[in-house]
Design a protein around this ligand. Structure first.
Ligand code: LLP
Length: 437
């Protein structure tokens, strides 16, 4: 992936930085992000949309990896930003991200979050349910403001990787269902609420999707819905947001499409199905998260202990695990790895990579071929840029790793490694439990 290679010393090099030196500087576990690759992915989306001739916004779904530095890159690359909490919003604002390009998502925004977003003058809210529509109206009316709103609809398409199912009525906690009439009711409601400016529709069908069919089906259904809204309520939509979910290659078994192919399926679908509904085709937004940052990330670990069970399996333990990458334990996600300090050595044994948490399920990779790992070797796990740092925890009171961006042979710290003081930083000892004497 990207600008990684094996250098003359037999070390993995990412963005021109030798990972053995990165370990010396920053320690392990370490998240290493290839900045050029992040920027390249952002540009692939932009270029594919430009080729379509449609008006567009590419919003980075910051849930995949939200830090101040990442928000700066998203801004520099001209992306918009999808946030789903006060924390993600705070991060974006603190990074100076232009508020008018921020979209606020989520199925249970609090009144405080809505106020905070309105104070910041964000671009729009993606409204998820009727209570939220009323809440947005009430708060906007109190403030004497109008708020831009997209309605999240569920088109009855649910896609995961290469499997997608088309359901009669989508069983999902998110959004207004098109097929059972809830969505048109939501449009009727939103259109009548005086402090809401109904900009358009939003649909997100899943994540890590490898084919275009699900997107094509979603575009067709959202367009069909927009057509009946126009006919029945004479309401037109300026914006249609088709969400994220574009897949990436974690292991050889994964077969994602190129960014341009996903975008073309969407833009072609829009041209075909939205023609004639309104005077103009809608502006098209997408919200990729994983496909912007996923393959740019590598996690570097130091090998510690191992346990060989003859005839059964050899466990090799690293200095991180489910605390920095919960995805194998949560989703049985598969990863590829290499010995980064002996990257030129031939693979000689099959081992399983264990984390250091007190939990049997804390396994990063089952059965990976490596050149006999020894204590002190460096293990690099690829494709850990999305939903890894973002989902990291302090389970077992393990400190969250540092994050560095690498580019043109230089590295920059973008998140400091947590300290032991950070671990107890929010703890309070009530006076009655204070140690006496
Ligand atoms: N838009 C909405 C409304 C979403 O819910 C999501 C992801 C995205 C955009 C971005 O999707 P992406 O392009 O990253 O696939 N923690 C899981 C992934 C959860 C995705 C949640 N929503 C994982 O580690 O695989």
């Amino acid at each position: 992936h990207g600008s990684s290679k094996i250098n003359a010393a037999g070390h993995l090099e990412i963005g021109g930085c030798d990972v053995v030196e990165l370990k010396q500087t920053y320690g392990t576990p370490l998240y290493i992000m290839d900045e050029e690759l992040i920027r390249r992915r952002a540009r692939e989306y932009r270029q594919a949309f430009e080729a379509s001739g449609l008006t567009f916004q590419v919003a980075y779904a910051s849930k995949a990896f939200s830090t101040l530095a990442m928000c700066r890159i998203a801004d520099e690359e001209g992306m918009s930003l999808d946030v789903v909490s006060d924390g993600e919003l705070y991060t974006a604002l603190k990074a100076g991200f232009p508020a008018h390009r921020i979209h606020f998502h989520g199925n249970n925004k609090t009144p405080d979050e809505i106020e905070m977003a309105l104070d910041a003058k964000i671009g729009c809210f993606v409204a998820d349910n009727f209570i939220e529509l009323q809440m947005l109206q009430a708060i906007a009316s109190d403030r004497g403001e109008k708020v831009n709103v997209l309605l999240r609809v569920t088109p009855g398409v649910e896609a995961h990787t290469h499997e997608y199912i088309s359901t009669g009525q989508t069983d999902s906690k998110f959004g207004f269902d098109i097929q059972n009439g809830t969505a048109i009711e939501a449009v009727r409601t939103a259109a009548q609420l005086p402090n809401l400016e109904l900009l358009g529709l939003h649909s997100h069908i899943g994540s890590q999707i490898f084919e275009t069919d699900g997107f094509e089906m979603a575009v067709e259904r959202v367009a069909g819905f927009a057509r009946s809204v126009k006919e029945q309520l004479n309401v037109e939509f300026k914006v249609v947001n088709l969400g994220g979910g574009f897949g990436i290659r974690y292991t050889e078994g994964d077969t994602p499409l190129a960014v341009a192919e996903y975008v073309k399926a969407i833009t072609d679908g829009v041209k075909k199905h939205f023609e004639g509904i309104a005077a103009q085709l809608p502006e098209i937004w997408v919200e990729p998260g994983r496909s912007i940052v996923g393959d740019a990330g590598t996690t570097l670990y130091t090998v510690g202990t191992s346990k060989d069970i003859p005839g059964v399996r050899k466990y090799v333990a690293v200095d991180g695990g489910m605390t920095d990458n919960p995805r194998p334990a949560l989703y049985e996600s598969k990863y590829e790895a290499m010995l980064a300090n002996r990257a030129g050595d031939a693979n000689e044994e099959t081992v399983s990579i264990a984390g250091k948490c007190c939990e049997s399920g804390d396994m990063l990779i089952w059965d990976v071929e490596l050149p006999k790992p020894n204590t002190g070797d460096l293990l690099a796990v690829a494709c850990t840029g999305a939903y890894n740092y973002a989902m990291a925890s302090n389970y077992n009171r393990i400190r969250r790793p540092a994050v560095v961006f690498v580019k043109n042979g230089a590295s920059d710290l973008v998140v400091r490694r947590e300290s032991l003081d950070n671990i107890t930083g929010n703890d309070v000892i009530p006076a009655r439990l204070e140690k006496q004497g």
